[in-house]
Design a protein around this ligand. Structure first.
Ligand code: ZN
Length: 213
C-alpha cells in the first residue's frame, strides 16, 4: 500500500513498514531528521546558541542552591544516577533496548562524576532557548531531544588502549579505541523524558526569575 510522507509539503512516499511504526508516517529523509533532532523541520540548536543560556541557568542555580525547587530537581537527577544500575561499557550497548541504554547513560554520567546541577542547567537552557526562538518547535518531543543530546555529550565514552610488539621485532605500536554511544533515536526520548520529569517543577516555578525575555 502506497502512502505519502506526512511532513507538510513533502512529495516523497512514506517508508515501508518498520518496527517502530514511525517509519510508516514519513519518508526516509524526514524520518531520519525526526530521529536525530526531535523535529521534522527544525535542526538542533548549536552549542553557540545554547551555551549563553547554560551559563545563565548555571549561575542562577548556584546562587539559589538553597531554593526548594532547585534542591528538588537536583535530588531528582541524583535519584536517576542512583537507580540507573551498573555502568555499561559503550562497547556493550548494542544489544540493549532503548530504555536500558538510557539507564546506562545515567550510570555513565554518574561514573563520569558529572555534577547533577550541570545536568539540571541543560534542561533550563533548552527551555530558555526555545522561549527566545522566533520560530520555535513547541512540541515536548523537540525539547526532550534537544536537552538529551546535550546531556548525552556530557558523559565520556569508553576507551581501550593496548600496546603490542611488532612481529619483526622493530619495537611496539599502540592501538586505541574510543567508543561514544550514538546520539539518536528512542534512547534520546527516554533521557529527555527522565530529565523533564526531574526539572518540570523547577522550570514551572523559577524559569521566569532567571530569564527575562
Ligand atoms: Zn518527507
Amino acid at each position: 500500500m502506497y502512502s505519502q510522507c506526512r511532513a507538510v509539503g513533502c512529495p516523497n512516499p512514506a517508508r515501508a513498514g518498520t518496527s517502530d511504526g514511525l517509519g510508516r508516517l514519513y519518508c526516509r529523509k524526514h524520518h531520519d531528521h525526526y530521529q536525530r533532532h526531535g523535529s521534522l523541520f527544525k535542526p538542533s540548536y548549536k552549542a553557540s546558541e545554547l551555551n549563553p543560556f547554560r551559563k545563565v541557568a548555571l549561575k542562577w542555580l548556584e546562587e539559589n542552591r538553597e531554593d526548594a525547587w532547585v534542591q528538588n530537581a537536583v535530588a531528582a537527577v541524583k535519584q536517576l544516577y542512583q537507580t540507573a544500575g551498573p555502568h555499561v561499557e559503550a562497547f556493550r550497548l548494542r544489544g540493549l533496548k532503548p530504555r536500558q541504554r538510557a539507564w546506562a547513560h545515567w550510570a555513565r554520567l554518574r561514573t563520569s562524576g558529572v555534577d547533577p546541577v550541570k545536568v539540571v542547567s541543560v534542561w533550563l537552557a533548552v527551555e530558555m532557548v526555545i522561549k527566545s526562538d522566533t520560530q520555535p518547535d513547541w512540541r515536548p518531543e523537540y525539547k526532550r531531544v534537544q536537552a538529551a543530546k546535550v546531556v548525552h555529550r556530557m558523559a565520556s565514552g569508553s576507551h581501550n588502549k593496548w600496546t603490542q610488539d611488532r612481529l619483526d621485532g622493530s619495537g611496539s605500536w599502540t592501538q586505541e579505541i574510543h567508543v561514544y554511544p550514538h546520539s539518536r533515536g528512542r534512547v534520546l526520548r527516554h533521557i529527555g523524558e527522565d530529565l523533564e520529569k526531574a526539572c518540570a517543577l523547577l522550570a514551572e516555578n523559577c524559569l521566569d526569575k532567571m530569564f527575562v525575555r
